[in-house]
Design a protein around this ligand. Sequence first.
Ligand code: 6PG
Length: 226
Amino acid sequence: MAVVSIEFSEEKAWIDRLTDDFRTLLAGSRSTDRPFHVALSGGSTPTPLYRHWATQEFPWERIDWWIGDERWVPLTDPRSNEAMIRGSLGIGLGGRLRLRSWHRAEDPEDAANLYDKALREELGSPPVFDLILLGIGEDGHTASLFPGSPALDERAAYAVPNPAPGGGPLRLTLTYPCLNAARSVWFLVAGRAKKEIVQRVLSSDKALPAARIEAADQRLYWVGGR
Ligand code: 6PG
């Protein structure tokens, strides 16, 4: 599936466009009676966007937020994506932010199984997200799907633990069967250092985990100038 690229030279324009496009997507889904399900990305790129969204008059009560991947670290650890999301999108929203945590079990296998179960119960099988936000690493990883890692070959589970290269904390991640079923996938990418990897994703270089997602509507919002 082709990825439509939308490029910006500065962050404010990138945030404004993403906010407008998000509002349009929400408005278009008004007729359905289920919540609007969004999976958020981690990493550093989306933080200013999430801070901006926290100030917006979105229909918060209609939106269920999930997290595309997580590090198996305590929630007090700044490397946790949930901590980043609560400290940005969650600011000022308090209990209005309905965010599905990965941290609901004592061990990572159980935590992934619980996420998988919740996805099946609330979004169906396959789970159909209205929107999944993703980042792209310089090695072409997305969510916690790293080149050569076991989760790339997962065909049954929608959420699994997956090792990170270089010995970082174990990850928990959504898998291709889940990502590919989404209505929309938006990649959020910033920085000139990502230029080459962005070009390779746009040219569908299947060696890259990010280029192997096959969702119906795929866009890449790139702040190239940062
Ligand atoms: C994470 C995500 C990862 C991230 C990319 C891009 O770090 O939590 O697993 O996929 O989105 O590595 O990260 P940056 O936005 O920090 O460049």
